[in-house]
Design a protein around this ligand. Structure first.
Ligand SMILES: Nc1ncnc2c1ncn2[C@@H]1O[C@H](COP(=O)(O)OP(=O)(O)O)[C@@H](O)[C@H]1O
Ligand SMILES: [Mg+2]
Length: 351
């Protein structure tokens, strides 16, 4: 531990001055009683007593403070070996107080972060068990009814087994989302970057979701005809997940007979922006800032029947941010929503 004493002479100086002053007045007083004041002798006495007091006080006080300051440093470095121990010990009270205040402040920030994290963890566990409970009880309900005798009726049996299976599918879906979000949050996501045509990817998502959209009579379309491919550089599978999540949402929260429109535009030199626009129910302004939080749903009861986990948008955001890109949302209640994200264009390869 490097030890240099930061000295503060002010205290010793003043104390010595005071002692020398008082002693000299006493001395002068005695001199006057004995004879007359010998001014030169008295000033030598005053000077000497000042000097002696000054050094004695300076050394003693410094030792005294150093000992206590060192104890404080030692106690603190027990808690945190890295933050203070390598610094010099100061016997200057102002600096010492400052350092300790800073230390306390740092600790407070650390404790606050830990508390928030703990809150987060509790919240997460609570949400997870809540999400899993509903489908689990549904499945259990059907199984119990079957065991209670419904098994004998061939028609009911099939229907109930199908419903139980739906519940299991939902469980799997939630667990998959949870798995994904956990991976994303611990930063475990390894991006497999490649160059691909974003138009083709969107078209394939359209094809996959055609049936789902048809059920609500929603049209999935591009804003215009894209004749040329638009090649971007990203993790194809993850971006497909992003596009799927956004389009599924637009179908889920879109109006029947509505339209979901996707556009891809140049943004700046090396970026494109993909927009997914619907003319559905829209989102009230107060919900927008929280939309990307995991498990956040605008209508808790309503969308549950639709089968979302409330994780979709937080997964989307994580994936986009892992690409160092941005996601935006604009929405007007009753008019519709637009989710958009940026992607990097593939560099033109020199052929
Ligand atoms: N296109 C949209 N139109 C209206 N509301 C939407 C749209 N997309 C998402 N939302 C709202 O945002 C919430 C969070 O979406 P998401 O994270 O995908 O969860 P989930 O779809 O599982 O409910 C949804 O519950 C819904 O209320
Ligand atoms: Mg969703």
């Amino acid at each position: 531990m490097a030890i240099t004493l930061r000295k503060s002479y002010k205290f010793a100086f003043r104390s010595a001055l005071l002692i020398a002053g008082v002693l000299s007045v006493c001395m002068g007083f005695f001199m006057q009683i004995k004879a007359s004041i010998d001014w030169s002798l008295l000033s030598i006495f005053a000077f000497l007593s000042f000097l002696i007091s000054f050094f004695v006080i300076q050394v003693r006080v410094e030792k005294f403070i150093y000992k206590r300051a060192k104890k404080i440093y030692d106690d603190i470095s027990l808690l945190e070996s890295s933050s203070l121990s390598s610094r010099t010990i100061t016997t200057d009270m102002a600096t010492l107080t400052q350092e300790i205040e800073k230390f306390a402040k740092d600790k407070k920030v650390e404790i606050d972060t830990l508390k928030i994290r703990e809150e987060y963890r509790k919240d997460f566990l609570g949400n997870v068990s809540h999400e899993l409970k509903t489908p689990l009880f549904t499945v259990q309900g059907y199984i119990l009814t079957l065991l209670d005798g419904a098994m004998k009726d061939k028609n009911v049996r099939k229907k109930y087994l199908q419903r139980a299976n739906k519940g299991v599918e939902r469980l799997i879906y939630i667990v998959k989302d949870l798995d994904m979000i956990t991976k994303l949050e611990v930063g475990d996501l390894h991006l497999e970057m490649s160059d691909f045509d974003i138009i083709e990817l969107i078209q394939s998502v359209f094809d996959l979701l055609e049936m789902k959209a048809l059920k609500r009579n929603i049209t999935l379309a591009f804003d215009m005809e894209y004749i040329h491919p638009i090649i971007v550089r990203a993790d194809r599978e993850r971006i497909q997940q992003v596009v799927t999540n956004l389009i599924v949402n637009s179908i889920k929260y879109g109006n029947e007979n509505g339209t979901t429109e996707v556009s891809v535009e140049n943004l700046i030199k090396n970026k494109v922006i993909v927009r997914v626009t619907d003319n559905g129910e829209g989102i009230a302004r107060q919900h927008i800032p929280r939309l990307f939080e995991r498990f956040y749903r605008v209508d808790k009861s309503g969308s549950r029947t639709e089968g979302g986990s409330g994780l979709g948008l937080s997964i989307v955001k994580h994936i986009i941010e892992a690409h160092d890109e941005k996601i935006y949302v604009e929405s007007v209640l009753g008019v519709g929503s637009e989710f958009s994200f940026t992607l990097e264009k593939a560099k033109n390869k020199v052929v």
